[in-house]
Design a protein. Sequence first.
Length: 151
Amino acid sequence: MKEELLMTSPNFAMPLADSEDRLKLIQNLQTLRIELEMQNKELLRSQLELMRSKIYYTRLYDTTPVGDFTIDLNGIIMAANLTIADMLSMERSSLLDKHITDYIVLEDHIIYYQHLKDLDTLKTRQVCELRMKKKETRYEIDQMGPVSGNR
């Protein structure tokens, strides 16, 4: 806009030629302020909507009856729901940033690594059954593929 260019020019601090130019500039700046306030309100509304959505899906994830890990390409647990923490009789926070094999019964590690190899080779959904430590219970692992990225 003309006003933005004017404000960034080296001559911005120089007085305007006449009062008509000043009045027009004031009106344009007021219009710009109103537009920015409207944009700010819309951004705040969007932010609130996103926060509500995040809370909803976090609750849904945490309370689902299926235990769920999210691991990175190296098998490090990036996220875990409350169900898996309860199944393993652990606090969720103690699961994070640990390798998933820390919670798989040693005898089932070969099954887990074969599962990863099959995922990489076949590039299709694979399912395996593993025993997890703590309750020595067998849980089915249904994995589309490793997740990469940051938390």
